[in-house]
Structures are given as structure tokens and as C-alpha cells.
Design a protein around this ligand. Structure first.
Ligand SMILES: NC(=O)c1ccc[n+]([C@@H]2O[C@H](COP(=O)([O-])OP(=O)(O)OC[C@H]3O[C@@H](n4cnc5c(N)ncnc54)[C@H](O)[C@@H]3O)[C@@H](O)[C@H]2O)c1
Ligand SMILES: O=C(O)C[C@H](O)C(=O)O
Length: 330
């Protein structure tokens, strides 16, 4: 059966993550091995030539699922008919830049892109924001797209989720498939709360499987996951790219194809007020997915330890929201 190609828009296509991402999308890892794709690559004018070079390499792979590539510096063209949008391109923080400057510079990117999605994307559009500060950039895009259901805008915490799974598997001496129900709560930042207390390892409580070692949880596991991005930058000399691209693939694949039975994932999504997270903030939650939709896992008992850490990260998200509100970006 010939399937209609899915239109996948990638912004920042000529960047590091773009280079690690596009070949996997074109080879069927984003949506499935039987789903043809059209790629729409958005870059700033200075990035267009490099994106053309990447497109030449994509051609040279002769991917059977890749039908068409469009390269543009116009958001309205890039998001025309988009079914999936991966917003990777962002303004990085540079020396001397205050947080307000960073939020303002990114508002200038994610506001217009949100509007372009609103005006041009397909009715079933699904958006993943990767570019940092991911949660607040997603909020800016979402608020600038009033005609798109809010739940279609998500922010990436899957890299943090995967990092937590890997650390737990290492500590417990098991494979990553044995680790289930890990949660990243809050912001994709150093305040995030990687939660192992509701997780399972080989069918038993993860906390017990790591030796019920509270000291390890507080002083190794949580900071290791929360500060892994900074550690990669320090050791590699550049921010994570292949692992970030892999997490973006995982995020969308899971959203479209569902979470496996007995497990959940972490996604930054618009809060409905669950677990006391103020409605409207884009915060990471434990979610299950099925048929292209997701639901927050309900009914988890939160300890005082959990509550304190979730509140701290959500507090940071509320501050970022207030800052972009003051700047008139939402
Ligand atoms: N959420 C996460 O887990 C996570 C993980 C790693 C990196 N990141 C973030 O992802 C972003 C991209 O990282 P990278 O390593 O690919 O950076 P990069 O600098 O290599 O590439 C970014 C690309 O975006 C392009 N760009 C900038 N503004 C644009 C715009 N308005 N429209 C289209 N393209 C634009 C640039 O020209 C560049 O080619 C950064 O913000 C980084 O901090 C997020
Ligand atoms: O780009 C960064 O600041 C780090 C990145 O968000 C990561 O988690 O690896």
C-alpha cells in the first residue's frame, strides 16, 4: 500500500542536532519503518547553504522513505502542511547575556514560529521544542498559536529521562530494558527532579534495587542527571547532539506509537493542574501515550522529598513564564 508522506519540519536543520537528527528521520526512525516523509528544513539565511549541503548528503543516502526536501528561511513555507515540527534552532546564551536577554531573543524566534504553525500547519500538527530554554520556548510558541490545541505543543525532557534510565541501569547492574516508570518532573534545567521513587527495576522498587541508598540518590543520581548537559559541554566541548537527536526521535516515536505496557515516559506538556503544577505551564510529567495522544499518569503518592523538588522546578518555570509575560512575548 502506498502511504501519503508525512511532512516533518525541522528548524535549525544545519546545526549539530540537525545533523544527527535528519538522517534518522529519513531512515524511518521517527515515525516507523513504513512511513514515507517529506522534510522541510528551516534555517536562518546564513544557515541555508549548510542546510543545502546536508540535503545533498540526504540525497546521497538514497533513503527509500524520503520523498522530498524543502530548504527555506521562511517560517510560513517551512510549516506549510506540517504534521510534525521539531523546533531545534534557538538562540544560545552567550557571554554577558542576562536571562531576560536570552528569553527575549528566543521570544523573537518562537513567537513568530508559533504563529506560522498556527497559520500554516496541518490539523494534526504535533510540535516538539528542543531549543533551550525548551519549556518556556514551547510556552511562547503555544501561546502564539491560539487555534492549535495546547496539548500539541511539547518540550523535550526525554533526554533527561534516558539519562536517568541509563544511570539506574548502571547502578543496579541491569540492562536499560529492566528500568521502568522513571519520571522527570519540571523544567529541562538543573532544577529538574529525576524521580526514582516511583520507578521499578526488574519488577521491584527502584530505590530498593539501588541498595536503598538515600545518600546516593540525593548526592549522585539527582545531580548527575540534572547537570549532565553541563557535564557533556565541559567534557565534549560542545553541547549534546547525538543523544539529544536520539531523544527527539524517542519523544515523537513514543507520542505517535504509544508507550509499552507497564511503563511510562516523561514529556514537557501543558499542565492541567495535575500534581499541583499551575495550569498552563509547560512542565515535565510522567505520561502514557496511545493513538497519538498522551495522558498524565495519575495517583502517584508524592512524599515531602518529591514535593519539595517538584515545587522548586515548577517555581522556576513560573518565574520564566512571568518574565516572558512581562516582555510581552505571551
Ligand atoms: N531539550 C534538550 O534536551 C536539549 C538537549 C541538547 C541541546 N538542546 C538545545 O538545542 C538547541 C540546538 O542545539 P545545537 O547543538 O543543534 O545548536 P547549533 O548551534 O549547532 O545549531 C542551531 C542551528 O539553529 C539555527 N537557527 C538559529 N535560529 C534559527 C531560527 N530562528 N530559525 C531556524 N534556524 C535557526 C542556527 O543557524 C544553527 O544552524 C540549543 O538551544 C541547545 O541548547 C536542547
Ligand atoms: O545545550 C545545553 O545547554 C545542554 C542541553 O540542554 C542538554 O541537556 O544536554
Amino acid at each position: 500500500m502506498t502511504r501519503t508522506p508525512v511532512n516533518v519540519t525541522v528548524t535549525g536543520a544545519a546545526g549539530q542536532i540537525g545533523y544527527a537528527l535528519l538522517f534518522r528521520i529519513a531512515s524511518g526512525h521517527l515515525l516507523g519503518a513504513d512511513v514515507p516523509v517529506n522534510l522541510r528544513l528551516l534555517e536562518i539565511p546564513q544557515g541555508v547553504k549548510a542546510a543545502e549541503g546536508v540535503a545533498m548528503e540526504l540525497d546521497d543516502c538514497a533513503f527509500p522513505l524520503l520523498r522530498d526536501i524543502t530548504i527555506t528561511d521562511q517560517a510560513n513555507v517551512a510549516f506549510d502542511g506540517a504534521n510534525v515540527a521539531l523546533l531545534v534552532g534557538a538562540r544560545p546564551r552567550t557571554a554577558g547575556m542576562e536571562r531576560g536577554d536570552l528569553l527575549s531573543a528566543n521570544g523573537g524566534i518562537f513567537g513568530p514560529q508559533g504563529k506560522a504553525i498556527n497559520d500554516n500547519a496541518a490539523d494534526d500538527i504535533k510540535v516538539l521544542v528542543v531549543g533551550n530554554p525548551a519549556n518556556t520556548n514551547a510556552l511562547i510558541a503555544q501561546r502564539n498559536a491560539p487555534d492549535v490545541p495546547a496539548e500539541r505543543f511539547t518540550a523535550m525532557t526525554r533526554l533527561d529521562h534516558n539519562r536517568a534510565v541509563a544511570q539506574l541501569a548502571k547502578k543496579a547492574g541491569v540492562t536499560v530494558e529492566d528500568v521502568k516508570k522513571v519520571t522527570i518532573w519540571g523544567n529541562h534545567s538543573a532544577t529538574q527532579y529525576p524521580d526514582l521513587f516511583h520507578a521499578e527495576i526488574s519488577g521491584k522498587a527502584a530505590f530498593d534495587a539501588v541498595g536503598a541508598d538515600q545518600e546516593w540518590v540525593e548526592n549522585f543520581f539527582i545531580p548527575k542527571v540534572a547537570k549532565r548537559g553541563a557535564e557533556i559541554i565541559e567534557v565534549r566541548g560542545a553541547s549534546s547532539a547525538a543523544s539529544a537527536a536520539n531523544a527527539a526521535i524517542d519523544h515523537v516515536y513514543t507520542w505517535v506509537n504509544g508507550t509499552p505496557a507497564g511503563d511510562w515516559t516523561s514529556m514537557g506538556i501543558v499542565s492541567d493542574g495535575s500534581y499541583g503544577v499551575p495550569e498552563g505551564l509547560i512542565s515535565s510529567f510522567p505520561v502514557t501515550t496511545a493513538n497519538g495522544t498522551f495522558e498524565i499518569v495519575q495517583g502517584l503518592d508524592l512524599s515531602e522529598f518529591d514535593r519539595k523538588r517538584i515545587d522548586a522546578s515548577v517555581g522556576e518555570l513560573a518565574e520564566e513564564r512571568d518574565a516572558v509575560q512581562e516582555l510581552g512575548l505571551i
